[in-house]
Design a protein around this ligand. Structure first.
Ligand SMILES: [Zn+2]
Length: 96
């Protein structure tokens, strides 16, 4: 992945170039999605070098045992949220 601040390649959570620390910067949820869309969105973001975190949440109204119908919240560093949102909001026809 790349540093969300300076775009340098990032191997650890702290950027050696600008000092941005993934563990310290604020993360915000840019999308709530459901399987399998969540996996597609996450891989799309990661393919652009954007750090992604997800948190799954059971949907309480759904009876247990119906399958993988848990809502997934997709988080990215706040500093790059605008770019990340734009990436996952493009129509299917424009995706490679
Ligand atoms: Zn950086």
């Amino acid at each position: 992945m790349n540093c969300p601040s300076c775009k340098e390649y990032l191997e650890a959570s702290r950027c050696p170039s600008c000092g941005y620390d993934l563990n310290r910067g604020p993360w915000i949820c840019i999308k709530n999605s459901y399987p399998p869309d969540d996996l597609i969105l996450v891989s799309l973001l990661r393919s652009h070098g954007i750090p992604v975190k997800t948190r799954s949440r059971e949907v309480s109204q759904i009876p247990v045992g119906i399958g993988p119908l848990a809502e997934t919240n997709i988080y990215v560093p706040e500093i790059i949220a605008g770019e990340a949102s734009a990436l996952i909001d493009i129509p299917d026809s424009e995706m490679d």
